[in-house]
Design a protein around this ligand. Structure first.
Ligand code: MEV
Length: 430
C-alpha cells in the first residue's frame, strides 16, 4: 500500500469491505463513531428515520463504495458514493487515476447564492411596480435578513433583489421578484423559502399586486461549480487503442451530445451518476440538483451537454463541466443521518464549496468513464461482468459462489436468472 494520505490505493478493490473501511479510516483519521456509522446495523436508526419523514416503516439501504485516486485542487481525497448501479465507482476511480497524470481535477465555485422567487399577480402597472421594488432593495434585503440572524452572523444573508416581468404567460402578465441570498454552507431551502414568505406582504404594498408563490428556484445559476481535467493522450491508450484514437473518439462522442438532445439526456445522466451518488452519500438533496442541472443544460433554449471535451495543449484531452450545485455540509440530513455525517468527515471537507468542487470533479470523471467506454469497446463489455454479479446474488449465490457464478455467466454470455439458478443449484451441492 502507498502513503496513507495518497488516494492512490493500489488493489483497494481486492480488499474485503472491513479492510477497505480500515484503510479509509486511517486515511481520513476517522473517529470511532464515524467508523461505526458505515455498518448497516449502526447506520440510520429507525427512531431517527421516524423523525425525518412521515409514515416510516423501516430504512432503505444502498451500497456505499469509495472512489479512489482523486486529486481535487491538489488535495488527495477519497470519495464516498452511494449507488445501486455497478461500474460507477470503478469508472470514477479509474478515470481519477488517469487524471493524476495531468495533476488531477481543478475545480471552483461561485459564492453560494440561492434564488427565491415571489410571484406577483394582478399588478396594475408592471413598470411602476418594478421601479418601486428596486428602489426599496436595501429595506427588502434587511427584512429578509431578519429571518435567520445566525446565517447573517456567519457571513451569509440577502445580497440582492431582482425583478422580472413575464409578459406572455397562459394567464397574462406577471411580475417575478428574485431574492438573491447567500446561504453559506447550507443548501438553505428553509431559510430562503422563509425569507420569500417574509418579503411577500411588503412586495404587495410596493407593487399594488397580489403575491402568490413564494419558493426557491432549483435553477440555482448563481451557485455554480465547475471542474477541468487534462489528460495526456498517451495515458488514454489501452489494448489496441492508441491515446489519440481514444481522445478523438471521446471528442466525437461529446459532439454528438452537444448537438442532439436525445444523446445529451443520456450523456448528462452519466454525469449525474457520479454527482448523485456523492450527494446521496452526504445526505444532500439530489433531486434539487438534478432539476437544476437539466434546466441549466437547456438554458440556451436547446437542451445540450453539460460538459465539453476538446483537444488541448500537446494533444492532451481536456474536459470541462459546469452546473448549478446547491448543496450543503450543514442542515438538512447532512448531520442527522449518521452515515452522511461520516461521509463528510471522510472527505475532510471544510465547507459546502469544497464539497461542490469534489462533486463536480466526480461528475466529470464519470462522464469521461462513460465516453471512453462508449468510444472504444462499448459500454456492455465491463458492465456485463458486474451485472452478472447482481444476477448471481438474485439467484441466491452467497460467498465465493457469487464470483464463480458471475464469471461463468459472463463467459457463457448468458446473463439471466434461470441460468444463474441452475449454476447455484449445481455448485451448492458439489
Ligand atoms: C449509464 O448509467 C450511463 C451512460 O449511459 C452514460 C452515457 O451514455 O454517456 C453509460
Amino acid at each position: 500500500m502507498t502513503h496513507p494520505r495518497s488516494s492512490r490505493i493500489n488493489g483497494f478493490y481486492r480488499l474485503s469491505p472491513d479492510e477497505r473501511l480500515k484503510c479509509v479510516a486511517e486515511f481520513s483519521d476517522l473517529n470511532p463513531a464515524a467508523v461505526e456509522a458505515f455498518s448497516p446495523a449502526n447506520s440510520l436508526a429507525l427512531e431517527k428515520a421516524d423523525h425525518m419523514i412521515e409514515n416510516v416503516i423501516g430504512v432503505f439501504c444502498l451500497p456505499l463504495g469509495i472512489a479512489v485516486n482523486f486529486i481535487v485542487n491538489h488535495r488527495e481525497v477519497l470519495v464516498p458514493m452511494a449507488i445501486e448501479e455497478p461500474s460507477v465507482v470503478a469508472g470514477s476511480s479509474f478515470m481519477a487515476k488517469l487524471a493524476r497524470a495531468g495533476g488531477g481535477f481543478f475545480a471552483d465555485t461561485t459564492e453560494p447564492q440561492m434564488i427565491a422567487q415571489i410571484q406577483v399577480l394582478d399588478v396594475p402597472d408592471l413598470a411602476a411596480a418594478s421601479e418601486s421594488i428596486l428602489e426599496h432593495k436595501s429595506e427588502l434585503c434587511a427584512l429578509a435578513d431578519q429571518v435567520n440572524p445566525f446565517m447573517v452572523e456567519l457571513g451569509g444573508g440577502a445580497r440582492d433583489i431582482e425583478v422580472r416581468i413575464l409578459n406572455d404567460t397562459p394567464i397574462g402578465s406577471m411580475l417575478i421578484v428574485h431574492l438573491i441570498y447567500d446561504t453559506r454552507d447550507a443548501m438553505g431551502a428553509n431559510t430562503i423559502n422563509s425569507a420569500a414568505e417574509q418579503l411577500a406582504p411588503h412586495i404587495e404594498i410596493l407593487s399594488g399586486g397580489r403575491t402568490h408563490l413564494r419558493i426557491l428556484s432549483n435553477l440555482a445559476d448563481r451557485r455554480l461549480a465547475w471542474a477541468r481535467v487534462t489528460i495526456p493522450a498517451e495515458v488514454l491508450a489501452f489494448n489496441s487503442f492508441s491515446g489519440e484514437r481514444v481522445r478523438d473518439g471521446i471528442i466525437e462522442a461529446w459532439a454528438f451530445a452537444e448537438a442532439d438532445p436525445y444523446r445529451a439526456a443520456t450523456h448528462n445522466k452519466g454525469i449525474m451518476n457520479g454527482i448523485d451518488s456523492v450527494l446521496i452519500a452526504t445526505g444532500n438533496d439530489w433531486r434539487a440538483t438534478e432539476a437544476g442541472a437539466h434546466a441549466y443544460a437547456a438554458r440556451s433554449g436547446r437542451y445540450t451537454s453539460l460538459s465539453r471535451w476538446f483537444d488541448g495543449k500537446d494533444g492532451a484531452l481536456v474536459g470541462e463541466l459546469k452546473l448549478p450545485l446547491a448543496i450543503g455540509t450543514v442542515g438538512g440530513s447532512t448531520r442527522v443521518h449518521p452515515t452522511a455525517k461520516a461521509c463528510l468527515e471522510l472527505m475532510r471537507v471544510q465547507n459546502a464549496r469544497e464539497l461542490a468542487e469534489i462533486v463536480v470533479s466526480v461528475g466529470l470523471a464519470q462522464n469521461l468513464a462513460a465516453l471512453r467506454a462508449l468510444a472504444t469497446e462499448g459500454i456492455q463489455h465491463g458492465h456485463m461482468r458486474l451485472h452478472a454479479r447482481q444476477v448471481a446474488l438474485v439467484a441466491g449465490a452467497t460467498g465465493d459462489l457469487i464470483n464463480r457464478v458471475a464469471e461463468e455467466l459472463a463467459d457463457e454470455g448468458k446473463i439471466n436468472i434461470s441460468r444463474a439458478k441452475e449454476l447455484v443449484q449445481k455448485w451448492t451441492h458439489e
